[in-house]
Design a protein around this ligand. Structure first.
Ligand SMILES: C[S@@+](CC[C@H](N)C(=O)[O-])C[C@H]1O[C@@H](n2cnc3c(N)ncnc32)[C@H](O)[C@@H]1O
Length: 268
């Protein structure tokens, strides 16, 4: 499946594969160049192993896969390597550009998860990992994302995604730094929790001291916490049946100590 097959609307320019940068916004803008260095220790392969165990659990054998909010394509790239047909979409132009630099490259385009324009019944699996959907900070946006996903899934197709829990965002897991490390990318993050809006604002500071030009920059990220009931309701409203909700990387139900939760939902 090519990107062009996937889009319901024609992308603004003809050859989006060559220039996948149509509607870039500035989220994840500066950090995009260094994202893979920042994530060097993230066990993406083990995450994809877990996705495959979930697929097995629900007897799914997907072929056409969308990595939703794909970032630089770490998850989609790993799935591509394992033989799936994968494309990615992400809002941040800088992140999407990195997908083309993977070997093999992950076909990807800039697209807002809240207003997906994907071809009807074109996918067997949509996967969205690493708290990407917490970045949809309006419940209407998440609901609309689920509708877009349901539209694009074939009957019986699966949506697998993770979310940071309210606990994780409330207790400030994002407040962290690596200033005493030997890493080329230094960072210091400070999380601020707004209980009323269920919103975590993270002030991020970075300094690159690796090869090439030195750089220092800041970004502000927002993640919203969603309760399980709320998510199940939105999935149901979109025509997606929740098959399972798990404490991350297990088949146990979430507990009050869970920091990350996985959802598996099936297009009815
Ligand atoms: C924490 S990163 C995770 C990226 C990737 N899934 C991974 O596992 O490395 C979150 C990603 O969500 C993307 N994102 C945030 N809001 C989005 C939106 N409304 N539509 C599409 N992508 C979005 C960001 O640009 C970023 O690449």
């Amino acid at each position: 499946m090519s990107l062009r097959d996937l889009f319901r609307r024609r992308p603004p320019r003809g050859a989006i594969e060559e220039t996948p940068t149509e509607v870039g916004k500035d989220a994840f803008s500066d950090v995009a160049r260094y994202y893979d260095a920042l994530m060097a220790t993230v066990p993406y392969q083990r995450w994809v192993d877990y996705v495959e165990r979930l697929l097995e659990r629900f007897d799914a054998r997907p072929r056409d896969v969308l990595d939703l909010c794909c970032g630089t394509g770490a998850v989609g790239g790993e799935m591509l390597r394992r033989g799936y047909k994968v494309v990615g979409v992400d809002l941040a132009e800088g992140m999407v550009r990195r997908c083309a630099e993977r070997r093999p490259p992950l076909p990807a385009a800039v697209m807002d998860a809240c207003s997906l324009g994907l071809r009807e019944a074109s996918l067997d699996l949509v996967v969205s990992l690493y708290d990407s959907l917490n970045y949809l900070t309006e419940p209407e946006g998440l609901a609309s994302c689920f509708q877009g996903v349901a539209h694009a899934l074939r009957p019986g197709g699966l949506l697998i995604f993770d979310l940071n829990t309210t606990r994780a965002l409330r207790i400030g897991l994002f407040t962290q730094d690596n200033l005493r490390s030997g890493e080329p990318l230094l960072y210091r993050w400070e999380a601020h929790w707004d209980e009323q809006r269920k919103l975590c604002r993270v002030e991020m500071w970075f300094r690159w001291r690796g090869e090439g030009e030195k750089a220092e920059f800041s970004e502000t990220h927002y993640e919203r916490a969603y309760e399980e009931d709320e998510v199940r309701e939105m999935l149901e409203a979109a025509g997606l049946t929740t098959l399972g909700v798990y404490d991350a990387y297990s088949f146990h139900p979430p507990s009050h100590l869970s920091n990350r939760v996985y959802y598996v939902a099936r297009k009815q």
